[in-house]
Write a protein of this length. Structure first.
Length: 91
């Protein structure tokens, strides 16, 4: 499975992934998130597809809850010229 888990808490994004072949990885990133604690899973390849075309800079990651689609865009793109919609995976 190429699942990646996002655990959001105010101020931090905890990212984790685990596979039999590769083992386990964890990372924490500071964010501007101020909502309720939420956990969302995604196919890592879909997120990588977006990050491969995104230029350097901040990414805006918008979602309603852990079960609904998420939208990614460059934070500097305030006109929403390019947005990438990705569906979550069940964890």
């Amino acid at each position: 499975s190429h699942a990646i888990r996002f655990h959001l808490v105010p101020g931090n994004l905890h990212i984790s992934s685990q596979t039999v072949e590769e083992g386990e990885a964890r990372e924490t990133v500071a964010t501007e998130y101020a909502g309720d604690e939420v956990e969302i899973g995604f196919n890592a390849q879909y997120l990588q597809d977006f990050l491969n075309i995104a230029s350097d800079g901040q990414i805006s990651f918008e979602f309603k809850d852990g079960n609904s689609q998420a939208q990614l865009r460059l934070a500097s793109d305030t006109d929403y010229d390019y947005k990438y919609v990705v569906m979550p995976m069940r964890l």
